[in-house]
Design a binder for this molecule. Structure first.
Ligand code: FAD
Ligand code: UDP
Length: 373
């Protein structure tokens, strides 16, 4: 078989590039996917009890990019959905990001009011303050609040999730969940938010439904790279594995999901409840909140962070730290030298903590470069 492009990986990055190349350039694409399904980590499916689950952890789509939203909207309608997260702190479920409602839930009305006034005076209503920044506050009471939030919400959760303290990671990691001077309990404030109406996998099927695209599942690209002739490759897997780990391993973090079905309509009040301080798991997910599926029972999943071992579990997260970016840049230099034959993109190949919209934006930008070459 002869194709123009071999694309490794059928996640957001691979599917977007396959779709663009097939539709816009009218070129033939073979997508090779190691798993037995398309969709990458955003894959959803029905479990044995008929509940629509997100196999690799809850995925909530959110973006401020009209370009990305309009692009994906060609392949799906959307179920409007605003994600809410609670964190279990001192026996109380408080909203995350930690906001003014969390203050009211945890402190006496007078003290909550005092802290609220201080936050508004110092940062302004609507401000989002990364916890590591708030910790730098010289103000005595804001310093107390920062330490309280750091200890009760961030410290142990981050150790569970990464086996590192918040300050041992790039500050952008804990800044994903800033302290929010607001009464808005939504986890994201992006302009566009939703869940594909018929699920993520259905959306991926539509993206890849083109006579120029063939998809080969259950196949590592190395098994077939010699059997197929192609002009160029796009690789969306782990970049260190592509180069045979010649500059050493890039660390990734993995997860284990434990699913349980309960014979009741709902298990918890929102889609995600985090447990920063208790248990070995970090959070409990209930995807019915996201999907809007109407069934009398519900499936939840417990998320247990794990070290990543190639071949044994999945590389879910790059670990954003200076020494890892330095090692990644060695691989990036290698990648640049073979750019004519192979292009690298995606959360694993770019070694970047991309959200779904960022993966799509990255793929659309790469496509533009391909066209302009
Ligand atoms: P992936 O989805 O990882 O796809 C890469 C694909 O390549 C995989 O299917 C893999 O099997 C395949 N592959 C790798 N190597 C090979 C090989 N050698 N041969 C063949 N195939 C190979 N983003 C959000 O915006 N909102 C969320 O709520 C959200 N929740 C998340 C929750 C979790 C637990 C995780 C891990 C991520 C979450 N994300 C979320 C991020 C989102 O999953 C990523 O941005 C997105 O999946 C990136 O797409 P990708 O195509 O780059 O990578
Ligand atoms: N975090 C935390 N406690 C929480 C939620 C998040 O310490 O209750 C920190 C933790 O380091 C986590 C990071 O903030 O890895 C980003 O959280 P997010 O919910 O964005 O993680 P993801 O959904 O990507 O796993």
């Amino acid at each position: 078989m002869k194709v123009d492009w071999l694309i490794v990986g059928a996640g957001f990055t691979g599917a977007t590039l396959a779709e663009r190349i097939a539709n816009e350039l009218d070129q033939k694409v073979l997508v090779v996917e190691g798993r037995n399904h398309i969709g990458g980590n955003a894959y959803d499916c029905y479990d044995e009890q008929g509940v629509l689950i997100h196999k690799y952890g809850s995925h909530t789509f959110h973006t401020n990019s009209k370009l990305v939203w309009d692009y994906l909207s060609r392949f799906t309608q959307w179920r409007p959905y605003f994600h809410e997260v609670r964190a279990y702190v001192d026996g109380i479920k408080i909203p995350l990001p930690f906001n003014l409602n969390a203050l009211s839930a945890l402190f006496s009305p007078q003290y909550a009011q005092k802290l609220e006034s201080l936050l508004i005076r110092q940062y302004g209503y609507g401000a989002k303050i990364p916890i590591l920044k708030l910790r730098e506050s010289a103000h005595e009471e804001l310093g107390f609040l920062a330490e309280f939030i750091y200890q009760k919400v961030f410290h142990r959760y981050t150790i569970k999730q990464w086996d590192l303290k918040p300050e041992e990671l790039d500050p952008s990691v804990s800044a994903r969940v800033p302290v929010y001077v607001s009464r808005d309990n939504r986890f994201f404030q992006d302009a566009y938010q939703g869940i594909p109406l018929h699920g993520f996998t259905a959306m991926f099927h539509r993206m890849l439904d083109h006579s120029n695209i063939k998809v080969l599942l259950n196949t590592d690209y190395q098994e077939i790279a010699d059997e197929f002739r192609y002009k160029r490759m796009i690789y969306t897997g782990p970049i260190d594995s592509f180069f045979g780990y010649k500059h050493g391993r890039l660390p990734y973090r993995s997860l284990r999901f434990h699913f349980e079905t309960h014979q009741k309509a709902w298990y918890q009040e929102v889609g995600t409840v985090n447990y920063p301080n208790e248990y070995d798991f970090t959070r409990i997910l209930e995807q019915k909140h996201l999907t809007g599926q109407v069934v009398p029972h519900t499936t939840i999943s417990f998320v247990y962070p794990q070290p990543y071992s190639p071949g044994e579990n999945e590389p879910y997260y790059p670990i954003p730290r200076k020494e890892n970016s330095q090692r990644y840049s060695l691989y990036k230099q290698e990648a640049e030298q073979i750019r004519d034959q192979v292009l690298f993109a995606g959360r694993l190949a770019d070694y970047q903590y991309y959200n779904m919209d960022q993966a799509v934006a990255r793929a659309l930008t790469l496509f533009k470069q391909i066209v302009s070459e």
